[in-house]
Structures are given as C-alpha cells and as structure tokens.
Ligand binder design. Structure first.
Ligand SMILES: Nc1nc2c(ncn2[C@@H]2O[C@H](COP(=O)(O)OP(=O)(O)OP(=O)(O)O)[C@@H](O)[C@H]2O)c(=O)[nH]1
Ligand SMILES: [Zn+2]
Length: 293
C-alpha cells in the first residue's frame, strides 16, 4: 500500500500526491456504504492496480475538516485584509478571528496593499499590528503589487496546509500569484495531464507555496456566531481566555459582573479597548438570538 495526500478531487477521481508523483485514484465502493467521503487534504492509503490507477483503501483520521471549501486537515487560516479598498476594519478582522478560533484552526493575519497607504494610514496599521501581536497573533504587512518581504511571508506556509480567508477585493488571488508565479502554470499543467479544461467544475485543489500547501478556494465566506453559545465566546478571545480564572465569578461574561479581571486589564492597558468593544458586540448578537420565553 502506498500513502499520499489527496490534493484534488474531480469527477469521482482523487489525485493523490506521493513521493513518486501524482497518482489518479478511485474511492472504493465500501466508502459509500460506510459514508466516508475522502476529502482533499486527506492522507490516504491506496493500492495500485495494473493500469497504474490507485484504489483508496483507507482514510487516515482527520485533524480538522471544513465544509466550504470541502477540505480536511487544514492547519492554518490566513486572514487577508487590506489597508484600503476595502478599508481595514478591526471589527471585521475580530469577527473572522473569533470565528476561526471557534473552528479550532490557527489564524494568522496579512494586511495587504500597504503600497496604497498614506503615512497616517501606515502608522495606524502599525499601531494595530502591535495590538494583535500582543495578543499572540502573527501579523504581516504586505503588498502584492510591490512585494518586499516575500521570503518572510512564504515561511508562514512551511509544513502546513493553509486556507485564505477575507473579504472580496482584499487581494487573495493577487497574493497567491505573487508568492508563486508558477501556480497558474502548475494548474494548467495538471489539468492538461488530466485531459480536462481548467475551471470546468467548482472544486478545491491544494497548491504548493514555499514548502507548504494552500487551498485554491478561500474559506469562511459567511461568518456568523449561530452555533456559538455566550459562554463559549469568551474562549475565542485569547487575551480574555488567558485571565478568565482571575475573575471573581466563574463563568464571568466580563460584562456586568463585578470584580472582573478583563475589565481591570482594560483599565491597566493590558487589553485593547477595541477588542473588548467587539467582544461585547458579538456577545449581544449571540444573546439577542436566544429564544425568549
Ligand atoms: N495597489 C495594490 N493593489 C492590489 C494589491 N493586491 C491586490 N490588488 C488589486 O486589488 C484588486 C482585487 O484583488 P484580487 O486579488 O482579485 O482580490 P481577491 O481577494 O482575490 O478578491 P475576490 O476574488 O473578489 O475574493 C485587483 O484589482 C488587484 O489588482 C496590492 O497589494 N496593491
Ligand atoms: Zn470577567
């Protein structure tokens, strides 16, 4: 049996990356009975038949699983934002961050289009950069148009499967193409060897960036907290989670409760007020969703 990773799924075939190259595989009928659908990103074991095709026999347990795009074993979500066009919004960023934390995936942040920033805008962005770094988030400034720190950015992809996420127009495709200009060539090459056109079906495919893989389709396009409970939200803000056991009340929502460590930390400048403001906004969103009797 040979082990590999599914990097593409199309028309009932799975394309498995192995040390010897990409092998076209079929899933076994058994999977259908057992209701196991192999996903892009899965590590699989397959058997080669005489025609060179493979038959997938086993799917290794997944670390994580996304529905849209359908991909398994994602390690990291890279949140793409831009300084302008569209304008940088900490509210939107915090929403993405909390959402991704709720999915047990590690987020990191890229702020793109710094070539378009005025001095004042750049100063403000750097101020926010510090605030997010203090929480423990990795955050990089970038320009897909005038890249200066490509190698540094590429390092964040090493040995991981990543997915891009972010508003329309922030530069997700531009960044991908800048970081790996051969990406388009590669795609064309794979499609040709499969005898199919490029975007015939909407599918997800893993592409190489540096020493890592990235899904070619962005994830988390619609983000709401519909399946997050109010007591869970606290866990999605790492700087609050870290000190929650110092609050007087167990289960403190850091809202109206007295002797709250989070409120103290804000007064002492340890927690950024804008993060707390967003936390309260999301909390209200979750609370107003609750059925009232
Ligand atoms: N000046 C400047 N323009 C950029 C930069 N990155 C992207 N753009 C431009 O911004 C526009 C949107 O870029 P895309 O890469 O299509 O953005 P996207 O996030 O993939 O957008 P969707 O496909 O709608 O999700 C394009 O006109 C790009 O040329 C940058 O770093 N600097
Ligand atoms: Zn509290």
């Amino acid at each position: 049996m040979t082990e590999g990773r599914i990097i593409k799924a199309l028309s009932g075939f799975y394309y498995v990356q192995t040390d010897e190259g990409i092998i076209q595989c079929r899933g076994r009928g058994l999977f259908r009975k057992k209701k196991i659908t192999p996903l892009v990103g899965d590590i699989v074991l397959f058997e080669k038949s005489s025609n060179g095709e493979g038959y997938i026999k086993e799917v290794k347990p997944r670390k994580s699983e996304l529905i849209r795009p359908p991909v398994a074993n994602i390690d990291q979500a890279i949140l793409i934002t831009s300084v302008v066009m569209p304008k940088f919004s900490t509210l939107l960023l915090d929403r993405f961050l909390a959402y991704i934390e709720s999915r047990n995936i590690k987020p990191m942040i890229i702020i793109n289009k710094i070539d378009l920033a005025t001095k004042e805008e750049l100063d403000l962005i750097k101020h926010y950069q510090k605030a997010y770094e203090k929480i423990g988030y990795l955050i990089e400034l970038f320009s897909a148009k005038q890249p200066t720190n490509m190698e540094q950015i590429k390092k964040h992809f090493d040995n991981k499967i990543s997915v891009f996420s972010g508003q329309s127009g922030v530069g997700k495709s531009s960044i991908l193409n800048t970081l790996n200009p051969s990406l388009l060539l590669d795609t064309a090459h794979i499609s040709k060897s499969l005898g199919r056109g490029k975007h015939t079906t909407r599918h997800v495919e893993l592409m190489k960036i540096g020493n890592g893989l990235i899904a070619d389709t962005p994830g988390f396009s619609s983000i709401d907290f519909n399946d997050v409970e109010e007591f869970q939200l606290r866990q999605l803000f790492p700087e609050m989670k870290k000190i929650e056991n110092q609050c007087k009340f167990r289960g403190c929502l850091h809202h109206r409760e007295p002797a709250c460590a989070v409120k103290l930390a804000i007064e002492e400048g340890e927690i950024a007020p804008f993060r707390y403001k967003h936390y309260l906004e999301f909390l209200q969103e979750i609370q107003s969703r609750k059925p009232r009797y």
